[in-house]
Design a protein around this ligand. Structure first.
Ligand code: RIB
Length: 312
């Protein structure tokens, strides 16, 4: 077990994912017989911290669990992956976060998420973690309480720490957080909501509009269509290799963690994006969120094999 305080502070939820697979998800009032059931580690921030670790980076996770078996199991998982959990609070009052996930044939999912203890992380805890860890990057989802994220981002910006914000879930609630963000990562739906548009419209125009909200760099993730980045250097498009999709849960988290882990090593942002696009493509070929996150060796091996190599 490797346990090193990280150069990447990851902030957000640690969940237990209860996952059922089925041909199609039920309509309201309907019962559909499923095919498999599994319990995995999840939570967007926990997934991102695992992706950092499996990509060879050092992640310290700031979040909370309840004083229960789910929470203890999640800490053991994270420990096994070498994620530093010293800044994970254990709450006596609130239960650990849980996500109920239905995965349909074809890999699409539906998620009901109950944050529990995650919403009990106070601003001073996040500030203290930042001051103690002095990370090179803060990587955050929109899962901790708003005032906690606001204070974390402001303190990080003041200390010249690069803030990477994956504005999910609930992007509408994330608008006032964006001014202190250096890199914003969103998908099409989240981008449209942040921009107050019904639909995203022209993708390059959306990236430019998101940059005008404050972030120097915007990364727009487009699922099977890849990624568009926008920065002062211009706009770039990246396509993923063709893969057989089994389960898309955690693909965005894999991208974010892999991207920031590589940013701490690569001199070029483009190389970090290319690596993260491949990591994310590989993750959708396997079931589950955390179990599907690939290691650095697996991702690097992809560039040596022909397209389609990522099929299980
Ligand atoms: O992004 C995937 C994650 O979202 C799952 O692991 C689940 O916990 C939900 O919060």
């Amino acid at each position: 077990m490797r346990k090193t305080p990280g150069s990447i502070l990851v902030a957000g939820a640690i969940n237990t994912d209860l996952v059922a697979t089925m041909k199609r998800a039920p309509e309201a009032g309907e019962t559909v017989t499923g095919t498999t059931f599994a319990i995995h580690g999840g939570g967007k921030a926990a997934n991102q911290a695992v992706a950092v670790a499996r990509s060879g980076g050092y992640a310290s996770l700031v979040g909370a669990i309840g004083d229960d078996d789910f929470g203890r199991d999640r800490l053991s998982d994270l420990d096994r992956d070498g994620v530093d959990t010293d800044w994970v609070m254990v709450h006596g009052r609130d239960p650990s976060g849980v996500a109920l996930i239905l995965v349909e044939d074809g890999g699409e999912n539906r998620i009901a998420y109950v944050p529990g203890a995650t919403l009990a992380v106070p601003p001073d805890h996040a500030e203290a973690a930042l001051a103690a860890l002095r990370p090179a990057f803060v990587l955050a989802t929109n899962e901790l309480p708003r005032d906690t994220l606001k204070i974390l981002f402001t303190a990080a910006r003041k200390a010249a720490i690069h803030v990477v914000f994956n504005a999910t879930p609930d992007p509408a609630m994330a608008r006032n957080l964006i001014e202190d963000v250096s890199t914003l990562i969103v998908n099409e739906g989240e981008a449209a909501i942040l921009l107050g548009r019904k639909a995203i419209g022209d993708l390059h125009d959306a990236v430019a509009a998101l940059r005008r909200l404050g972030p120097e760099t915007v990364v727009l993730t487009l699922g099977a269509q890849g990624v568009i980045t926008g920065s002062a250097e211009g706009v770039e498009e990246y396509r993923p290799p063709p893969v057989t999709v089994v389960d898309t849960t955690g693909a965005g988290d894999t991208f974010c963690g892999a991207f920031v882990a590589r940013l701490t090593r690569e001199s070029k942002v483009e190389d970090a994006v290319r690596y993260a696009v491949n990591a994310s493509a590989l993750s959708v070929t396997r079931p589950g969120a955390q179990p599907s996150i690939p290691t650095r060796d697996e991702v690097l091996a992809m560039s040596l094999t022909p397209a389609g190599c990522a099929s299980p």
